[in-house]
Design a binder for this molecule. Structure first.
Ligand code: AHR
Length: 493
């Protein structure tokens, strides 16, 4: 027996743009996120272009990844850009103190990263080093990347790239409350002002600086930053991970029970509360919403896969992760006036990854396919949606069964994203459409028999989008039956 929900989509009162930068990806020097997962070197047997593996680059191109955040994360506040330029063989080999204590060869540095962006067709979001760096080092890195003239530009040309690069986004440190220096909010605000002062680009160029924001519910951080530092920046970040059982214990990534499924959904819905409350603080200081909220780390964080290094944060990705992705992408729509960038953590082989690799093998995860389904959302206009959903719960974990969002793309086509978190029961949603043209509906669905269904190297197509036939459009009413544990994307024509 299907549960029932009702919704209204208001096409005649369009909302903000669903900024394509909400689909930003995060790539840190962590585990095989860079080395192995993206970079295999020019002499590898794995087919590559100037060192970056072709299979992974193609998969990212297919997703139209708009922006990549690099080199960290925690890694960024210990990163010294000069160690990553010049002849690769001569670069300093360091210890990656955050992530496994392994050696960091600096083989992928600024030039290689910019080449990766070209290959993928993405823009740069560089995180600068506030933690153990200096304003001079930061300023010189930005000048090295963006200036057409001067000694640093000549050095860049000598290293193989005459033309300056564009750096549209630049992070003033990362997690300054933690691995970025364990600062108090007041001190971090001052450091943000100081470092940001010296980040400059040539006349006519634009760089949007993003301040290191709060961890989860640290509302005081947002308050202090907004009050004291945001004149210096265009964005303020927020990090929130879905961590069932908490960071100490953590959930397995496969083979979990329904209670853990429900806990994961509930901890994901926390994003709604966080965006509402951080957003309200930002509204106080910036009612015009000049400063955007960049949720530049989000996603699931589980126990590492058996046999892998704890510091590599390598985890499997299942249908549960697909739901987490869909729910978050729907929540971002509701807050798109303030949330104009987000970055899922992380792109390859780390945490809630798009892609998993093992040597020459590669597989696209359920999360990848959700991102693929939501591609029409990039720069589309959000249509307000009112939703009344039944509850789904197991033990103490209770959430709305359904989450939903809607957009109208530039061609005028309306897309409706829906999730059903109930793993046992379908939900029939009756949607009244006002101001939405359309006479036909088609769609895609991601679901599977098991809550922890996944795509393996041997069976890569277990959790993939398939044609969805559970929707009917009848005049101004759309009726959709969402299968249990599913993500659905509808296209109205
Ligand atoms: O994504 C992994 C780590 O999580 C990042 O390096 C850090 O910013 C956060 O704590």
């Amino acid at each position: 027996e299907a549960l029932t929900a009702t919704a209204t989509i208001k096409g005649d009162t369009p909302g903000p743009i669903y900024d394509r930068h909400i689909f930003t990806q995060f790539a840190e020097h962590l585990g095989t996120g860079i080395y192995g997962g993206l970079w295999v070197g020019k002499n590898s047997k794995i087919p590559n272009t100037r060192g970056f593996r072709n299979d992974v680059v193609q998969a990212l191109r297919d997703l139209s990844v708009p922006t990549i955040r690099w080199p960290g994360g925690c890694f960024a506040d210990e990163y010294h850009w000069r160690e990553g330029i010049g002849p690769q063989a001569k670069r300093k080999v360091k210890i990656n103190t955050h992530w496994g204590g392994v050696t960091e060869p600096n083989t992928v540095g600024t030039h290689e990263f910019m080449d990766l962006l070209d290959q993928v067709g993405a823009e740069a979001y560089i995180s600068g080093n506030v933690g153990d760096g200096t304003p001079t080092e930061m300023a010189e890195w930005v000048e090295y990347m963006t200036s057409p003239s001067g000694t640093l530009a000549e050095e860049r040309a000598k290293n193989g790239h005459k033309a300056p690069w564009k750096v549209p986004y630049f992070g003033i440190g990362n997690e300054l409350w933690g691995c970025g220096g364990n600062m108090r909010a007041e001190y971090a605000a001052d450091e943000t002002r100081r470092f940001a002062t010296f980040v400059k680009v040539p006349y006519g160029e634009k760089i949007t600086k993003i301040a290191s924001g709060a961890n989860s519910e640290d509302y005081n951080w947002t308050e202090v930053m907004m009050q004291q530092a945001t004149k210096a920046v265009g964005g303020l970040s927020l990090h929130y991970y879905t961590v069932p059982k908490g960071f100490e214990k953590r959930s397995v990534s496969v083979g979990f029970d329904e209670t853990l499924w429900a806990e994961t959904m509930s901890r994901t819905w926390k994003m709604e509360e966080l965006l509402t409350k951080h957003g309200a603080i930002m509204d106080k200081y910036d009612p015009e919403k000049r400063v955007f909220l960049a949720v530049d780390e989000w996603g699931t964080w589980y126990e590492e896969d058996a046999g892998t290094h704890r510091g590599f944060l390598r985890q499997q990705n299942t249908l549960r992760d697909a739901l987490v992705a869909g729910i978050n992408l729907n929540i971002f729509a509701k807050h798109a006036d303030r949330v104009r960038m987000t970055a899922i953590a992380q792109m390859i082989d780390v945490l809630q990854a798009m892609i998993l690799t093992d040597g020459a093998k590669m597989v696209k995860t359920p999360t990848y396919y959700v991102f693929q389904m939501y591609k029409p959302y990039m720069d589309a206009t959000v249509l307000p949606i009112d939703l009344k959903s039944p509850w789904y719960g197991k033990d103490q974990w209770v959430v709305p069964a359904v989450s939903a969002s809607a957009v109208k793309d530039k061609a005028g086509q309306v897309h409706v994203g829906l999730t059903n978190a109930d793993p046992n029961r379908p939900v029939t949603v009756t949607v009244s459409l006002t101001g939405v043209a359309g006479t036909a509906v088609s769609g895609k669905v991601i679901t599977a028999n098991a809550m922890d269904a996944l795509n393996s190297f041997a069976q890569p197509s277990t959790v993939v989008p398939t044609a969805f036939t559970g929707a009917r459009l009848d005049g101004g009413t759309l009726t959709v039956t969402l299968p249990a544990k599913s993500v659905v994307m509808l296209d109205l024509k």
